[in-house]
Design a protein around this ligand. Structure first.
Ligand SMILES: Cc1cc2nc3c(=O)[nH]c(=O)nc-3n(C[C@H](O)[C@H](O)[C@H](O)COP(=O)(O)OP(=O)(O)OC[C@H]3O[C@@H](n4cnc5c(N)ncnc54)[C@H](O)[C@@H]3O)c2cc1C
Length: 288
């Protein structure tokens, strides 16, 4: 339970952090809240030679409105998102998702940037950010680039961030019109991580027709995914119980579901369908 030896740097600007990372691309790691990285280091699953602590960089922790977008700094903690009155009003999926993460201590230290950069297959944020159509803003030596959430999560613990890139910000389109959001989750009883977590963002048009639906599912496969078959089954159709039940039954179409000591593949598929239905019903009821 003792990590291998490492050097520690605490830059005060993002440029300094980028330079440190560029100088040590293979053996340095960014340290955010440390609630995924430090346990991995203690188990010697990760042995970085250098930690670049971005916790002292000013202005990496914020929640702001900017035109038709919501900007969230990478170092914003789960608790800050959970307790934001602005988000409760304009994008309630974010506080709802944050409230499901771990316990109070984890939510006080863990960050949204650390969670999405880690791409844990049972992490909660990845489901919410893909359902909301977010963009990840990465910064490296050659400047900034935006990566769509759909392209960001590459595989188990692997993202589209390059070796020298730092995730600086998450940009979320501001929901408008008759939108409804929900996050429904089965927690692992020991860790709190998602055995199955389903994030839904939908828009209701006239006559109760579903104008758009986005469904992000975590915990089921090696990485978070958009449940495309569910979304297609809803779009342009009435948001009634029958349509929602039929759509939810397709939650794991085309997906290789995980199996472990706690939940078999079949059980996970079943949970994904049940919790997708619940999340769709809740989101639909809110989209008034
Ligand atoms: C007991 C316990 C229970 C938990 N329960 C849950 C749960 O229910 N749901 C859930 O989703 N999570 C859970 N977590 C994980 C928690 O949410 C972590 O905080 C989160 O996954 C990682 O965020 P962090 O800020 O701690 O990142 P760190 O641990 O500091 O970093 C994680 C990884 O991301 C990289 N990284 C961090 N920030 C950046 C950045 N800005 N740019 C580039 N790379 C970066 C690091 O180098 C590292 O590889 C739990 C953790 C613990 C210890």
């Amino acid at each position: 339970m003792i990590p291998a030896q490492f050097n520690y740097e605490a830059p005060s600007t993002i440029d300094e952090a980028v330079n440190l990372l560029a100088a040590n691309p293979d053996d340095a790691k960014i340290l955010a809240g440390g609630h995924s990285l430090l346990p991995a280091m203690k188990l010697r699953l990760a042995q970085p030679a250098m930690l670049i602590d971005i916790g002292r960089i000013k202005d990496l922790s914020y929640i702001r409105e900017d035109g038709d977008q919501i900007l969230v700094g990478a170092m914003t903690t789960h608790y800050q998102l959970e307790s934001s009155t602005l988000l409760q009003k304009i994008c309630p999926l974010l506080p709802a998702c944050a409230a499901h993460i771990g316990d109070v201590q984890v939510r006080n230290k863990g960050t949204i940037g650390g969670s999405v950069a880690h791409s844990d297959p049972a992490g909660d944020w990845p489901a919410a950010v893909i359902a909301l159509g977010a963009e990840m803003i990465a910064v490296g030596k050659s400047g900034e680039r935006a990566i769509k959430a759909d392209d960001f999560f590459v595989d188990l613990l692997s993202t589209a961030l390059g070796a020298g890139e730092i995730l600086r910000e998450i940009r979320i389109p501001k929901p408008n019109g008759r939108f409804g959001h929900a996050y429904e989750k089965v927690r692992h009883p020991a860790s709190g991580f998602a055995v199955v977590g389903v994030a839904v963002a939908l828009q209701r048009g006239s006559n109760s027709i579903c104008d758009s639906a986005a469904v992000g599912i975590t915990g089921v496969a090696s990485k978070v995914y958009r449940a495309g078959s569910v979304e297609k089954a809803l779009q342009g159709n009435q948001l009634d119980e029958q349509t929602i039940a039929a759509a939810a039954s397709r939650a794991t179409d085309g997906v290789d579901a995980n199996s472990d000591l706690y939940a078999s593949e079949d059980y996970r598929r079943h949970l994904a369908q049940v919790y997708t239905r619940r999340a769709l019903l809740a989101a639909s009821a809110r989209a008034v």
